[in-house]
Design a protein around this ligand. Structure first.
Ligand code: TXA
Ligand code: MG
Length: 370
């Protein structure tokens, strides 16, 4: 475990970690979104250790992290025409930053385990001084999924990585709390169109300022997890999942259950007072059955609840705070042994879109409309 200053890692401080990566090791490191678990993307042996440590399905490809746009030439084939112009514009505007772009892979450039057999590779340049310095010092393009056990909430602190992967990886660079708190936005470029495959740190609104057209893969569209409603008495299960999931998502990771706390979770959507009243009634009934109850609330409403564990996810007035706090809160419910959880919802504008996407996945798409 190396503890470093997240804004300004000192010279040489990352050398040991970089050497480990060069030699085929696995090292977790902070990015501006969540912690990643890095390995040399060119080495199948190294990349296999990521899949093993995470318990990750092998058909789910990895994002390759770079520190310099020059590395793109080694990894990808050039796009043509309008797509090339748009991809360049996205990189100019959003790199380094929480945007992952799916590009045609140069044959043989990365291990086939990274791309899971696709003809494309997802690439991103993270906006975190520690990540950028580590990638540069290692001299490797780094394959790095989120540094959690598959299915668990992504890690936003080094302690989350330790909780999930201790003994399974070679090292952790601790650079304090990750920034955004949700993963990057994954997009593909098609002529003058940007298609969002996974909502994340760069909002659709921000992409629209650069691209003539922005649309969504079905599973990534606003409302995909929430609007497809479950009845008020529905249990969170495949039955509550929206029909759009029947179609294979273009980003393979989107088909997996994710982020789920151990307790049974429902999202509750509707007028704020009706939501509070419904949750309080449910909490009361669950307590009477002897269950340990939890509520995930926005700061503005938290005082309304009297569950065993009321966690503030962030402020409705500043949804960035909720994005930052979501995964830590989901982990905290587990730490406190909560058995039933109700969560408030918010708008799907801006970062609210990625926030509701992750929250509805965590609830297995069980949404109660009140
Ligand atoms: O913010 C992030 O993106 C974090 C940090 C560590 O960079 N990484 C991350 O990686 O979230 P991971 O592995 O948890 O999610 C990668 C997502 C998955 O949904 C995967 O299916 C998708 O990216 N992906 C990777 N390669 C792809 C490709 N060639 N085409 C489509 N989707 C791809
Ligand atoms: Mg992940």
């Amino acid at each position: 475990l190396w503890e470093v200053d997240s804004h300004d890692p000192r010279d040489g401080e990352l050398d040991e970690a970089a050497a480990m990566l060069r030699e085929g090791g696995t090292v977790a490191f902070p990015t501006e979104t969540v912690y990643g678990l890095g390995a040399d993307a060119r080495s199948t042996a190294a990349v296999e250790r990521i899949f093993e440590a995470k318990g990750r399905p092998s058909d789910n490809p990895l994002i390759v992290h770079i520190s310099d746009r020059k590395q793109l030439e080694e990894l990808t084939l050039p796009l043509e025409g309008e797509s090339a112009i748009l991809a360049d514009r996205l990189m100019d505007q959003f790199w380094p930053g929480p945007l992952t772009i799916v590009l045609p892979v140069k044959p043989g450039a990365v291990s086939p385990r990274v791309t899971a057999g696709l003809a494309t590779v997802a690439v991103r340049m993270p906006a975190h001084p520690v990540a950028l310095q580590l990638i540069a010092a290692s001299g490797c393009p780094l394959a790095a999924p989120s540094a959690n056990r598959s299915g668990r909430p992504s890690p936003t602190l080094a302690s989350h990585v330790r909780d999930d992967l201790s003994g399974l990886i070679d090292g952790i660079v601790d650079g304090g709390a990750a920034g955004v708190g949700l993963e990057s936005t994954v997009v593909e470029v098609d002529g003058d169109l940007v298609r969002i495959l996974r909502p994340g740190g760069v909002t659709a609104e921000a992409l629209r300022e650069v691209a003539a057209r922005v649309d969504y893969d079905a599973v990534a569209a606003p409302g995909a997890g929430i609007a497809a409603s479950a009845a008020a008495d529905a249990a969170p299960s495949a039955a509550g999942a929206p029909a759009v999931e029947a179609q294979a998502p273009r980003s393979p990771g989107m088909k997996y259950a994710h982020y789920a706390p151990q307790g049974l979770m429902h999202l509750v959507k509707g007028d704020a007072d009706a939501v509070s009243a419904y949750i309080e009634a449910e909490v009361g009934a669950a307590k009477a059955r002897g269950e340990r109850t939890g509520v995930l609330a926005f700061a503005e409403h938290a005082a309304r609840y009297d569950a065993d564990c009321v966690l503030v996810v962030g402020s409705l007035a500043q949804l960035e705070t909720a994005a930052h706090g979501l995964y830590n809160a989901l982990r905290e419910f587990d730490n406190r042994g909560v058995q039933r959880i109700w969560a408030e919802t918010c708008t799907e504008q801006g970062i609210g879109h990625a926030l509701m996407n992750r929250l509805s996945k965590a609830a297995g798409h069980a949404v109660v409309h009140v």
